[in-house]
Design a protein around this ligand. Structure first.
Ligand code: NAP
Length: 345
């Protein structure tokens, strides 16, 4: 089968670079267009992009000339990793021009006609695409989103517990890596030797997105899951990998073994970029750690540890995901694979 040609909006940024890395040898996709701001437009990607990944910039993107974030673009669909301030107008205009838009940005995530997808958890929410096309007057185009990068660390273990026992409420404290703020991101003098107890806009996302993801889809809309989440979001001096410390109350009682099994046995989606294990549970009391565990499953696995009965809540646990892979570009690539698998693209 011929590869689909993809465009990347925000291609020169932290997430855009991950897209280029993850798509280098992808069997279904090839990059045909790279878009970014006026600062980059007209330059070859190798000149416009401050490449920061450990692997070299892929040869297939080096000479592509960066173009503006406006349609038409020489591709079959677009991945978007634009800042939310510019994403709304750009993504909507691509969807209206007939392109499927698979977005990392927050601006459409909570809109009631826009799917917010984790393929292992709620693939059936892609049914919202028809509703969206009808409501917004899109013809072939549409917008699909993936969750906030911190939500990606704790929504999967909460999904496992919700399916098995029902989640009643949770308290979440996130410890978020510096790369989550893009490049150049947080000033070094603010983050070295320090912890920042506030990330603008993060706590409302952490408190609401999981309920949409775990909601049920019927008759053209999503009924959100009913549990409440209270969140504190911190920026910490880690390059990649968002950690979440979670305390949770369940609707029905479970043994510790039951909690561990529910997470460990949560099935993979079986797509090309799916990890063998969606959720890895580690036994060592000192894990997960960002530096040691963020690349589990090529950065696509959620690693959970420190699962214990809590004195105040039913259980506590610590969850980790790679914020620019599973929490961003990898999540969007997996969503694209799901949409192809289901015949939507
Ligand atoms: P970033 O490193 O700051 O990159 C931003 C990208 O957007 C660059 O390619 C930049 O192009 C382009 N851009 C900025 N302003 C623009 C404008 N006015 N017009 C056109 N293009 C513009 O940011 P990032 O970390 O990759 O994040 C991108 C998006 O993904 C954000 O919405 C973010 O919330 C989301 N996200 C990020 C992460 C993460 O871990 N970093 C995780 C999940 C979701 P130039 O290089 O030409 O300026």
């Amino acid at each position: 089968m011929a590869k689909l040609r993809v465009g990347i909006l925000g291609s020169t940024g932290t997430v855009g670079q991950r897209f280029c890395q993850l798509l280098e040898d992808h069997p279904q996709f090839e990059i045909s267009a790279l878009a970014a701001s006026d600062r980059s437009v007209g330059k070859p990607y190798s000149e416009a992009c401050p490449w920061k990944l450990k692997t070299p910039m892929p040869k297939n993107v080096r000479d592509i000339e960066v173009v503006p974030i406006t349609p038409p673009l020489d591709c079959d669909f677009v991945f978007s990793s634009l800042p939310s301030g510019v994403a709304r107008e750009a993504e909507e205009s691509f969807a209206r021009a007939g392109y499927p838009v698979i977005s990392n940005s927050s601006c459409f995530r909570m809109e009631e006609d826009v799917p917010l997808i984790i393929p292992e958890i709620n693939p059936e929410h892609i049914g919202l695409i028809d509703v969206q096309r009808h409501k917004r007057g899109f013809d072939r185009g549409f917008i699909v989103t993936n969750p906030n990068c911190a939500v990606m660390s704790f929504a999967p273990p909460l999904a496992a517990l919700d399916r098995a026992f029902g989640v009643k409420e949770a308290i979440v404290t996130t410890l978020q890596a510096v790369s989550g703020a893009g490049y150049p991101g947080v000033a070094s003098l603010d983050i070295i030797d320090n912890i920042l107890p506030y990330i603008a806009g993060e706590e409302p996302k952490a408190e609401t997105e999981a309920q949409k993801i775990l909601g049920s889809f019927s008759e053209g809309s999503i009924e959100k899951a009913e549990f409440t989440v209270s969140a504190h979001c911190f920026r910490v001096n880690v390059v990649d990998g968002h950690t979440a410390s979670v305390r949770v109350n369940l609707n029905s009682t479970s043994t510790l073994e039951g909690v561990i099994d529910a997470m460990r046995e949560f099935p993979s989606a079986g797509l090309h970029s799916s990890p063998e294990r969606f959720i890895e549970v580690c036994e060592e009391p000192s894990r997960p750690q960002p530096r040691l565990d963020r690349n589990n499953g090529r950065g696509m696995t959620i690693t959970v540890g420190r699962i214990f009965p809590d004195n105040v809540f039913d259980y506590g646990f610590v969850a980790l995901s790679h914020n620019t892979v599973r929490g961003a570009a990898g999540a969007a690539v997996l969503n694209a694979e799901l949409l192809i698998d289901r015949g939507v693209i």
